[in-house]
Ligand binder design. Structure first.
Ligand code: TYM
Length: 448
């Protein structure tokens, strides 16, 4: 919460020309949310350098993007609009979060696979860890809500996983964000290949409508949109081209797909495509006019950039301080790991095995490797790794942690006998083997 409101964060890359997909899937939904949320909209220019950029062009694009935010109706008085690269906290937090993200998770990201196929000569580490910087953007402001198109859902899920993992280890540091997906327009497809999303980087200019396209170009592109030979305007999977045009028309006019189907019942594709083009023009024209006005007002934009930088700088300082406190914990843990042959030095009293076991913490360090930390009276008395032959989801790991702690917490180490262990194994169901390994670690403690 910030100023009594939930926090919202979103951003767009300052790469290429914005398309109708960016507008209908994200930007259009951002307008007006500031009454309900404290909104941060960033020009994510650091994400843009994962592919090669000419510095002057990137600067110009970043400024254009900020102006498009305003031209689309996002009031800079009521929303925080700023450049990601002006706030160092994004990169700082990204580094910390990198250490809580697994290579396997990043390898699964579809956008990484697509982009590395497209830029085979430049598959850099930034492209790989791109989603972690995105997670940092969101978590830096403790965002509750993130309005995005469907293509960003996978990144948002990963953000949630990273935040949950971090919180699972260090307590409630991050707010777990929710996606906000618009009812229509969340996935606008290419006009030339309706099986692919409309994208800024498409080489075929007819595949995308750009926000600054003039009315004739918009109408021409809609008329040339690839459809089918069915001859009926129906909203169904088998007609992806027509379905996409219905989505566009729905998002531009506010009508539901069913209403659109009814409106064009018995009409031909030509009439429909023209109507779609006109609906897009009527949505983009006011944005283009406002943009032209803003272009004349250089001082106004300069002033917004300056003011917002200092506002956002303050916010991120607060957040980084919070994570830094957690960093201290990490340092302590690292020290403990380095000294892990010498547990005795960490124990305050000589007879720890008569005291109550406080907790056992299992955390995943790799897909098949768990860190087991055993804590007695606030001291870590054992931490070691166990290798497991099955893959545990975060949820399963959480359940195991709960199971272990609810069974063992409160018992003295001597009280953990065969009966208790057998009962736990029974409760652990399909993960008996993991429990076995963990309890072996605990019995090491008992023996020592
Ligand atoms: P980007 O710049 O590719 O896209 C910006 C927004 O536009 C949406 N979008 C679409 N929606 C519907 N149909 C389409 N064809 C379409 N194409 C794009 C995207 O879903 C997105 O909401 N990684 C992000 C930028 C980012 C970000 C963040 C977003 C960086 N940090 C933190 C939210 C929160 C990206 O590349 O979006």
């Amino acid at each position: 919460m910030l100023n009594g409101k939930k926090v919202l964060f979103s951003g767009m890359q300052a790469t290429g020309n914005l398309t109708l997909g960016n507008y209908l899937g994200a930007l259009k939904n951002w307008v007006g949310l500031c009454d309900e949320y404290e909104c941060f909209y960033s020009v994510v220019d650091m994400h843009s350098i994962t592919v090669r950029q000419d510095p002057a062009t990137l600067r110009k694009r970043a400024r254009t993007l900020l102006m498009i935010y305003i031209a689309a109706g996002i009031d800079p008085e009521k929303n925080c609009l700023y450049y990601q690269s002006h706030v160092s906290g994004h990169a700082e937090l990204a580094w910390i979060l990198n250490c809580f993200t697994y290579m396997g998770e990043l390898n699964r990201m579809t956008q990484f696979k697509d982009k590395s196929a497209k830029h085979a000569d430049n598959i850099n580490a930034g492209l790989f860890t791109y989603p972690v910087l995105m997670a940092a953007d969101i978590l830096l402001y403790q965002a509750d809500v993130v309005p995005v198109g469907i293509d960003q859902m996978q990144h948002l899920e990963l953000t949630r996983d990273i935040a949950q993992r971090f919180n699972g280890i260090y307590g409630d540091v991050f707010t777990i964000p929710e996606a906000y997906i618009g009812k229509v327009g969340a996935k606008i497809m290419s006009l030339q290949d309706p099986s692919r999303k409309m994208s800024k980087s498409d080489e075929n200019p007819n595949a995308s409508i750009y926000l600054m396209d003039d009315p004739d170009t918009i109408i021409r592109k809609c008329k040339r949109a690839v459809t089918d030979s069915e001859g009926q305007i129906l909203y169904r999977e088998e007609q992806p081209g027509i379905r996409n045009l219905i989505d566009i028309y729905s998002a531009c006019t506010g009508k539901t797909p069913e209403e659109v189907v009814k409106e064009f019942d018995g009409k031909g594709y030509g009439d429909f495509k023209l109507a779609v083009g006109e609906s897009v023009v009527s949505v983009l024209k006011p944005l283009q006019d406002r943009f032209a006005d803003l272009e004349k007002n250089k001082d106004y934009i300069d002033q917004i950039i300056k003011e917002k930088d200092s506002q956002v700088e303050h916010m991120q300082e607060l957040m980084i301080q919070r994570v830094d406190r957690v960093e201290l914990l990490l340092k302590q843990l690292a020290k403990v790991l380095a000294n892990n042959t010498n547990y005795a030095t960490l124990i305050s009293g000589p007879s720890y095995n008569q005291t109550k076991l406080k907790f056992i913490q299992l955390s995943k360090v790799e897909e098949h490797k768990l860190l087991v930390v055993v804590v007695v009276e606030g001291n870590i008395i054992r931490n070691s790794f166990v290798t497991i032959d099955e893959e545990l989801s975060d949820e399963e790991l959480l359940n195991l942690n709960i199971l272990l702690n609810s069974s063992l917490n409160g018992l003295t180490i001597e009280e953990i006998n065969l009966g208790v262990i057998a009962k736990m194994k029974e409760q652990a169901g399909s993960h008996r083997r993991v429990v076995d390994l963990v309890l072996n670690e605990v019995s090491e403690v008992i023996r020592s």
